[in-house]
Design a protein around this ligand. Structure first.
Ligand code: CP3
Length: 346
């Protein structure tokens, strides 16, 4: 079985020869090869030059021996095409210079320039040509809520006060904002699928900030439509969030093929509570990668034991690899998954 087949079949809950494995942020600052490229280019330069983005993507996937490559890009790229400038400030993360906080600001956002994002599709084409079927090719985009939260807050946030204020007090503007985002994200995902993405992951990284009621009322409907539209391009969708234990049943209602689980839930219990109605991805704590290999092995084994060989598990972390993570420990996880992830196949 090739990596691409293994990944796509697992997304669709079909039996595979062994559990597929890849990592959130597998290309990043913890890897010397990435740092070397980063010394010469800014993050946005790497994203926007398909040859560089492809190189970074391929190098990381090959070094780790994973089953899938996730295209090197960033969640925030669509903001620029909608008319919002942003930058990455060292140590502070992304900063959006003019946050979107009024109906007028929402009305000004453009949705007719998704073509500007074609550099991501071009990078995917290069990676797909390199790996062919050997590895699965994962494209991605942000989810409407998480991208809206960056637009409204102007960056990362702790309490999402501006975001929730707009959501509660200007529900029409909020809906218009999510719909505009979804329109751009759909086209962005379409470009990526046409370029060779086998799977699209939709990152709703900060959905965990929402109550179940707010998620259902203000976020689920638009997200569900986006998931369905991306699936209509012919690929499975992985829907990912962090701190989502209480949201999982509502997130499942998006109809996503796979839900990302973080380490705060037990994979076995969460999957059972989802009635095994979707596949699951996860859920090692990324900070476990700082432990001794023996403990890492036990944790990997524990997660695979919980999945119990049931079709539809993709091994991953519960969130992205952080800087300073020892690369050899990430490689060790791949080895352990290969060792144990082929047992008990049904
Ligand atoms: O290998 C991969 O996973 C693909 C690359 C990737 C990046 N960003 C590159 C990147 C992916 C999948 C993302 C998604 C992304 N971007 C998310 C969702 C994932 C998640 O963590 O939940 C979010 C929230 C963003 C926005 C963003 N970009 C943040 C908050 C930051 C961190 C700022 C910092 O300085 O730590 C970034 C920067 C970023 N994007 C880096 C990488 C490798 C690290 C910074 C760098 O190289 O300068």
């Amino acid at each position: 079985m090739t990596g691409a087949t293994r990944l796509v079949r697992a997304c669709l809950r079909q039996p595979v020869d062994r559990t597929p494995v890849w990592f959130l942020r597998q290309a990043g600052r913890y890897m010397a090869e990435y740092q070397a490229v980063r010394k010469r280019h800014s993050l946005l330069e790497i994203c926007k030059q398909p040859a560089l983005a492809a190189e970074v993507t391929i190098t990381a996937a090959e070094k780790l021996g994973v089953d899938a490559a996730i295209i090197f890009a960033d969640l925030l790229l669509p903001l620029e095409s909608m008319g919002l400038d942003f930058e990455f400030q060292a140590g502070e993360g992304p900063v959006i210079h003019t946050p979107v906080r009024t109906p007028e600001a929402v009305a000004r956002l453009r949705t007719d320039r998704a073509e500007d994002l074609s550099y991501v599709a071009e990078a995917i084409q290069r990676v797909a040509a390199h790996f062919r079927d050997r590895l699965g090719m994962i494209g991605f985009c942000g989810a409407p809520f998480t991208l809206a939260s960056y637009m409204v807050e102007g960056g990362g946030s702790r309490n999402y006060i501006h975001t929730k204020t707009l959501m509660y007090r200007q529900p029409d503007a909020w809906l218009a904002l999510l719909e505009k985002l979804a329109a751009v994200l759909r086209e962005f995902a379409r470009q990526q699928v046409e370029a060779g993405a086998d799977v699209i992951q939709i990152f709703d990284s900060w959905a965990g900030a929402l109550s179940v009621e707010d998620y259902r009322e203000f976020v689920l409907p638009v997200t569900k439509t986006l998931v369905r539209e991306v699936q209509s391009f012919g690929v499975p969708v992985i829907y990912f969030g962090v701190d989502t234990a209480s949201l999982l049943p509502a997130m499942r209602e998006t109809g996503a093929d796979v839900l990302g689980l973080d380490w705060r839930v037990s994979l076995g219990k969460a999957w059972r509570e989802l009635d095994y109605a979707c596949a699951v991805q996860g859920n090692l704590d990324p900070i476990t990668l700082f432990a001794e290999p023996e403990l890492i092995r036990r944790r990997v084994r524990g997660i695979l034991d919980q999945a119990a060989g049931r079709p539809g598990h993709i091994f991953n972390l519960g969130h992205g690899i952080v800087p300073e993570t020892p690369v050899e420990n990430v490689q060790a996880v791949v080895k352990f998954v290969r060792e144990y992830g082929g047992e008990e196949r049904r």
